[in-house]
Design a protein around this ligand. Structure first.
Ligand code: AMP
Ligand code: MG
Length: 322
């Protein structure tokens, strides 16, 4: 069984072929590089100019022919409207021309499922921290439920915006991590945890209004925002009585965040897992694999009902494959 998956919710357009045994045969992507913040229509133009080439390469790299494909999966949401529409259109054309079942995948759930495939995590809490999203997700009573999330922007976007104001290139996250290593002073920034939710805009504004050294600002932004994430993740672990933390999203490649997770899980006698970088960031293998799981459980949609869902909620999906 071969599933071709397409990812295209935000910056990244990707195509991947996976097998029903969980082998990733190809995982191709290209990322739209923003200059002044992501412009949804420009990102979508980028995706439509690359998508055919990427699909062809993913099939070629997988060492199969297009006739071998059994299922088409695509990222149905959440994400930016123009990007989602471009990706969905490509998926629908493939499904119609090859006469194959179509599966619409929730992008956040896909981050969790690829993490379960690539690591030994079985029933983890997912701390998903990317450009556009920040959520703490766990499986409970037949659904993936959001236990906490950002009330404004994703942490990655906040780091990228702060970096842009400071003249850093996109993506700023890795550059901020580097600068932070040279920072020592912990500058007082608002610590914004509200119940199980977090907020980042105020922290960015406060940091931009300080004239401390950039290294100290980067260090303080990381310490403050990461401590907030650890707090809600730890509380979610206790609440749902789980003992595994899985990391997902581009920001979790940050070594300081990983070391704070290591400390917290050690103190709780829990384990933590992070997939390889190519499976942390937005990637099509996670869509193909989740598409496989869903199709195997009897889930598919007709082209007529394959509308994109910009605000696709994680807990909207009935998880019948677990
Ligand atoms: P994603 O949206 O999941 O594809 O991830 C992209 C986001 O991850 C961007 O906002 C990056 O700035 C951020 N990012 C990547 N590497 C790091 C890092 N080492 N530290 C912090 N943020 C990072
Ligand atoms: Mg993502």
């Amino acid at each position: 069984m071969y599933v071709l998956g397409l990812e295209g919710t935000a910056h990244t357009i990707g195509a991947s072929v996976v097998t029903g045994e969980g082998e990733v045969l190809s995982n191709i992507s290209e990322t739209y590089k923003e200059k002044e913040g992501i412009h949804p229509r420009e990102a979508a133009n980028h995706h439509s100019s690359k998508v055919v080439k990427i699909i062809k390469k993913s099939i070629l790299d997988a060492g199969i022919g297009k006739k071998d494909i059994d299922v088409i999966a695509f990222s149905q949401g959440p994400g930016l409207g123009p990007c989602l529409r471009t990706t969905a259109t490509a998926a629908r054309s493939l499904s119609l021309s090859l006469d194959l079942p179509l599966v619409g995948v929730n992008h956040c759930i896909a981050h969790l499922e690829i993490g379960r495939l690539r690591t030994k995590a079985e029933n983890p809490i997912l701390l998903y921290v990317s450009g556009g999203n920040t959520q703490v997700i766990a499986f409970s009573k037949g659904r993936y439920r959001v236990f906490g999330e950002t009330l404004d922007i994703g942490l990655g976007n906040m780091l990228d915006k702060f970096g842009r104001e400071k003249g850093m290139k996109f993506p700023a996250g890795p550059l901020i991590e580097k600068k932070a290593k040279q920072g020592e002073k912990l500058i007082d920034l608002p610590y914004s945890v509200k119940g199980m939710d977090v907020e980042f805009s105020g922290i960015m504004t406060a940091a931009l209004n300080k004239d401390d050294a950039l290294e100290d600002l980067c260090h303080s932004i990381q310490e403050t925002t990461f401590a907030m994430l650890i707090e809600v993740t730890e509380r979610a672990l206790a609440h749902v009585r789980k003992d595994e933390v899985l990391l997902g999203g581009g920001v979790v490649q940050n070594k300081r965040l990983q070391s704070m997770i290591r400390t917290m899980t050690k103190e709780r006698d829990a384990e933590w897992y992070v997939p390889e970088p190519e499976f942390c960031v937005d990637n099509a293998a996670m869509i193909a694999w989740t598409g496989y799981l869903m199709h195997d459980a009897g889930i598919s949609i007709s082209v007529e009902e394959s509308n994109i869902k910009q605000n696709f909620r994680t807990d909207e999906v009935e998880v019948t494959w677990r």
